[in-house]
Design a protein around this ligand. Sequence first.
Ligand code: PHE
Length: 367
Amino acid sequence: SVLSALELGGVKIARDDVVRDDPTNNVPDSIFSKLGMQLHKRNQHPIGILKNAIYEYFDASYSTKFDKFDDLCPLVSVKQNFDDVLVPADHISRSYNDTYYVDSGTVLRCHTSAHQAELLRDGHTHFLVTGDVYRRDSIDSTHYPVFHQMEGFRVFSPKEWEASGLDGTSYAAEDLKKCLEGLARHLFGAVEMRWIDAYFPFTNPSFELEIYFQEKWMEVLGCGVTEQEILRNNGQLDSVAWAFGLGLERLAMVLFDIPDIRLFWTTDERFTSQFTKGKMGIKFKPFSKFPPCYKDMSFWINESFTENNLCEVVRGVAGDLAEEVQLIDNFTNKKGMTSHCYRIAYRSMERSLTDEEINELQVRVTV
Ligand code: PHE
C-alpha cells in the first residue's frame, strides 16, 4: 500500500512532494513507501538495538556527551548531500544512476554526512547522526536501496592537541583510531583489526577499518580527519575534527546472524519477535526458507542501459520478492550489438510462490 503522506520529525511530506511526474525525478513509489519507517528508532529491532549499543559505547567512553540526532529529514538539498562535503561536480555518486533525485536540487540523502555542515553551523562539536540513506543499487542478499548509517563527528580546539606535541591532524587521526578500535571491541569482542588507506572527498587522511570475523576480513566503516575547508566554511576556524560513517545493516547482519538484508523490513513475527531491547548477543534462528523461483531474460542493450535501472524495474514490479538479479551471459555479435541474459531469483520470506504469479511478474518486468 502506498502512503499519500507521511510525518517526519513533525514535518508532513506528501507523496506528490517526492514522487513526481518530472524528468528530473527518479524516486519510485517503492522507495517513497520506505520514508518514515525509521527502523533505527525501534528499540526491539536489530537496527535500533545496534544504534543503542553504539550510543552506550560513546556515553561510557567520553566525558563530553555526543549530541544525538536520529530524526533528521532524509530529503536534503544537493548542496547538503554533495557540495557542503566537497564531493566534486563530476563524482559518479551525483549521477541519476546512483542517487534518488526528487528534483534537480533535492535528493534522498545517500549518506548521513549530508548533515555535517548544518550541525557544525549550529554549534555542535560532538555528534552522532543516525538515519535512513538511499542509493540506487543492484539486488542481492546484502544490497537494498534503503539502509541505515550512523555518522560520528568530533571537533578539537587547539589547546587539546598543543600539549601533545603532535600536529592537529595527527592528533585527531590517533584519537579517531583509538575511538573506533574501542567501538569495534565493544561490538565484536576481541577481534583482529586493520586500517586501510581510503579516499573520501570530505576527509584527509581517510581510512577504512576492517575486522577479521568469521574467517574473513570485513569492512566496518569509513572515516578520516575532516577537510579544513568544511570546518572553515561552517564557523570552526582553528579547529581540527574527525568523522566516521558506518552502515548499520552490514554490522547487524553479522552480529545477529541475519542472512538476508530484506529481513530487516519484514513485519513477519517470526522475525520481529526474536529480538529484545538492549540485547546484542541474540542470534537469529532462520525460519524455514521457501524455495526460490528463477526466471531468465535476455535482451539487446544500448548505451543507456544500466544494471541499476533494470534492478529498479524489477523491484518496482516484484518489491521484496526480488532476491537477486544476476548477469549470467553477455554476448556481442559481429555487428557490435550486445545482449545480456539476467537470471532473476524471486523468493518470499513468508510463503511459497506459485509459478503462475511469478510468470505474471516476469511479464511485467519484460515489457
Ligand atoms: N559518508 C561515507 C560513506 O557513506 C562514510 C564516511 C563518513 C567516511 C565520514 C568518512 C567520514 O561511505
